[in-house]
Each structure stands twice: as structure tokens, then as C-alpha cells.
Design a protein around this ligand. Structure first.
Ligand code: ADP
Length: 208
């Protein structure tokens, strides 16, 4: 089965594009959703987080307090590494468990991992057969995230400054979806790649 890593900067349209592939029958694993799942009340990361950071890292409902952790990571340079040492292996393990179930189920023509930081994280590129980048102008990203999240231009820019550049992402892309146009412009691009991925998935050499 062909396994594809879908990435793109914040606000580029990853979620929208991934949902369109799912409508074509693709299996999806969204690593951001897994990160939320393990830090939700009763999630796999909760007990190790409390052991490492104390009860201050939790909200009253038992979920990880994202605002508190963001502030801690900002003020304490070692906290980010300690947090990631807990969450990253759990996300990786859960990703593998889900992928194994999808492969065994045989219900989907191919599998797409949605990985916001695929280019930044290094190991991902070797784990997938193909990299698909959702691309748009930085000005488009800024406008979309300001509208979606109610962030200021400076807040969006600060997030983008911590992500790979557009050029770095395009440099590792096997396939690119241009999402600077209206939503209607996505459908034919998704359709064309869906046909390609179905074809490649049946060609053993091309599958990861
Ligand atoms: P990402 O998952 O990459 O952060 P999203 O798929 O959430 O990006 O898209 C960011 C925002 O922009 C969302 O509110 C989405 O509905 C909107 N959006 C995405 N693509 C388009 C488009 N082509 N035209 C207009 N709005 C779009």
C-alpha cells in the first residue's frame, strides 16, 4: 500500500485537502489529532506528563493545559525537550498502531499521514513513499490563519518563522497542490493525484 506524507505550512489548507482525499477513499492519520488525543483527559501522555511537570500541567478536566505548557516551554528551554520526549514516542507508537490496522484492514487504496512538521522532523521523509505539499503564498497563509484563529498578523508570522520555509518544503515535494486559488480549484488537483496514488499503490516498487 502506498503511504504518503501530506504537509504544508500553517493555514496552507492541509486539513481541507486531506478531507478531500478521504472523500475519495484514502485512509488518513493526522498526527495533530493524535497529539490532541494523547493529551486529552485519560490520554496516554497524561500520567507521564504529571510525573514530569506536576499537576500544574493539567486543566481541571484532566486534559493537558496547552496554554500553561506553552508558557512553560517559552520560559524554560529544557521543558520543550522534556515535553517532546514524552509526547513524540507516544504519537509515533499510536501512528504505527493505526497504520498497521489500516494496512491489515485492506479497505483503503492508500494511506495519507497529515504531518504539519514533516520537513522539520527529518525521520518522516524516510517513512513515506511520497511527499505531498499543499502550497500557497505566505500572504495567503497569514490571511487564512488570521480569519480562522483570530490571531494577529504578528502571531501568525511568529508561528511561520518557526516552521520550514516554503522553498524548503517544495524542495522535498514529490507532488504539490496549489492552494492559492478558490476551493473549487482543489477538486481537479485532488482527483488527478488520487488516480496517480491508486496506480502507484498497485505497483509494489512504488509503495513504501
Ligand atoms: P491547515 O490544516 O494547513 O492549517 P486548513 O485546511 O485548516 O489549513 O485551512 C486554513 C483555513 O483556510 C481554514 O479556515 C480553511 O477553511 C481555509 N481555506 C483552505 N483552503 C482555502 C481556499 N482555497 N480558499 C479559501 N479558504 C480556504
Amino acid at each position: 500500500m502506498l503511504e504518503i506524507g501530506l504537509t504544508g505550512g500553517i493555514g496552507s489548507g492541509k486539513t481541507r485537502v486531506a478531507d478531500m482525499f478521504a472523500a475519495h477513499g484514502a485512509a488518513l492519520i493526522d498526527t495533530d489529532l493524535l497529539a490532541h488525543e494523547i493529551t486529552a483527559p485519560g490520554g496516554l501522555a497524561i500520567a507521564p506528563l504529571v510525573a514530569a511537570f506536576g499537576p500544574r500541567c493539567l486543566r481541571v478536566d484532566g486534559a493537558m493545559d496547552r496554554d500553561a505548557m506553552r508558557a512553560l516551554v517559552f520560559s524554560d528551554p529544557t521543558a520543550k525537550a522534556r515535553l517532546e520526549a514524552i509526547t513524540h514516542p507516544l504519537i509515533r507508537q499510536l501512528t504505527e498502531t493505526r497504520a498497521a490496522a489500516i494496512r491489515a484492514g485492506g479497505q483503503h487504496p492508500y494511506l495519507i499521514y497529515v504531518v504539519p512538521l514533516l520537513v522539520e522532523s527529518g525521520t518522516w521523509r524516510t517513512r513515506v513513499g511520497r511527499v505531498l505539499v499543499v502550497d500557497c503564498l505566505e500572504a495567503t497563509q497569514v490571511a487564512r490563519v488570521m480569519a480562522r484563529n483570530g490571531f494577529t498578523r504578528e502571531q501568525v508570522q511568529a508561528i511561520m518563522d518557526r516552521q520550514a520555509t516554503r522553498a524548503a518544503r517544495l524542495a522535498v515535494a514529490d507532488d504539490v497542490i496549489d492552494n492559492d486559488g478558490p476551493p473549487e480549484a482543489l477538486a481537479p488537483q485532488v482527483e488527478r493525484l488520487d488516480a496517480l496514488y491508486r496506480l502507484l499503490s498497485q505497483t509494489p516498487d512504488s509503495a513504501a
